[in-house]
Design a protein around this ligand. Structure first.
Ligand code: A2P
Length: 312
């Protein structure tokens, strides 16, 4: 189920990270991705583009390029829907937008609950995020229910730290299949990866290429794709920096969701199954780690469930 290569499309939303793609680009990108062989499509309610993704899926199924069961469609429960009563309706909104009757995987987008309402990033007069007061354990129990109903084939989490995962495992019954977190050579999540592995939980890497176009990138910032040490490895394998990084993720057993809306780069990113890095080169790329988290989600640091104060 997890040995394919994955594509992640964000666009149009108010949040910085989701403004990467222009409206309309996403449908074409998903069609290009399916044509290129991608089968895992990583979506989220908050990306506000599930309808566009759904149009592409429908077109490719209608054309006979894929069947529904060939695809692995993921969505995520947004923080304003953490109240257990809100979980199934939120999931159904995503299903309707995507034009599907089930998801392959439903993730809790992060452990943080936000006050419900039209503002999906609610803040008080001091700019602090406003929690609803819902424990992510109760949200997870509601996710277990939609899983048991068959509306989703599996459930998982995103942006959880070790302590939060341990608490979830102690207090609930369904083990999350994956924890989707930021992961790339500058922030390689070695400890979280080992911990999750010991619990039977996979890691899915978001920003697997180091998000070269993230919104606060400044001229002169170190760019993973331009890393001179990485380029030396690329020469050896005659592969691009993105291909070497994706291969590194795969060989570490990590599910990888590189985002691209560019047909050439979409094709480039899946052209990684004709070579293998040596174990020494995997280790060498492991050594690039510099605790270089790109998305600390600092704007939510006052939230009681803010996940990134712990070591991992
Ligand atoms: P684009 O969508 O124009 O291809 P990440 O997945 O780490 O968040 O990185 C996504 C960013 O990396 C996007 O800006 C995307 O731009 C760019 N990108 C995706 N694939 C490649 C590639 N093969 N080479 C260079 N940049 C890439």
């Amino acid at each position: 189920m997890y040995n394919d290569i994955f594509v992640n499309h964000e666009s149009m939303s108010i949040h910085y990270y989701y403004m990467q793609s222009k409206p309309g680009e996403v449908t074409q990108a998903v069609k290009d991705a399916i044509d290129a062989g991608y089968r895992h499509i990583d979506c989220a309610w908050v990306y506000q583009n599930e309808k566009e993704v759904g149009e592409a899926i429908k077109e490719k199924i209608d054309e006979g390029v894929v069947k529904r069961e060939d695809l692995f469609i993921v969505s995520k429960l947004w923080s304003t829907f953490h109240n257990p009563k809100a979980v199934e309706p939120a999931l159904k909104e995503s299903l309707t937008a995507l034009g599907l009757d089930y998801l392959d995987l439903y993730l809790m987008h992060n452990p943080l609950d936000f006050k419900p309402g039209d503002n999906v990033f609610p803040v008080d007069e001091n700019g602090h995020v406003i929690p609803e007061g819902v424990d992510y354990v109760d949200t997870w129990k509601a996710m277990e229910k939609v899983y048991k109903k068959g509306l989703v084939k599996s459930i998982g989490i995103s942006n959880f730290n070790k302590r939060q995962i341990e608490r979830l495992l102690q207090l609930t019954t369904v083990v999350p299949v994956t924890n989707q977190v930021e992961c790339h050579p500058y922030f390689n999540q070695k400890k979280l990866l080992e911990f999750c592995k010991s619990k039977g939980i996979t890691i899915t890497a978001y920003s697997p290429l180091g998000s070269p176009a993230h919104p606060w990138v400044k001229p002169g910032d170190r760019k993973l794709l331009d890393d001179a040490k990485l380029k030396t490895i690329c020469k050896k394998y005659k592969k691009t920096p993105a291909q070497v990084i994706i291969r590194w993720h795969i060989q570490r057993g990590i599910i990888t969701i590189p985002k691209s809306v560019n047909k050439k780069r979409i094709e480039e990113n899946i052209d990684v199954f004709d070579f293998q890095l040596t174990p020494e080169d995997v280790k060498y790329i492991d050594s690039f780690d510099c605790n270089g988290r790109i998305f600390p989600l600092e704007m939510w640091a006052t939230h009681p469930y803010y996940p990134f104060n712990d070591e991992y």
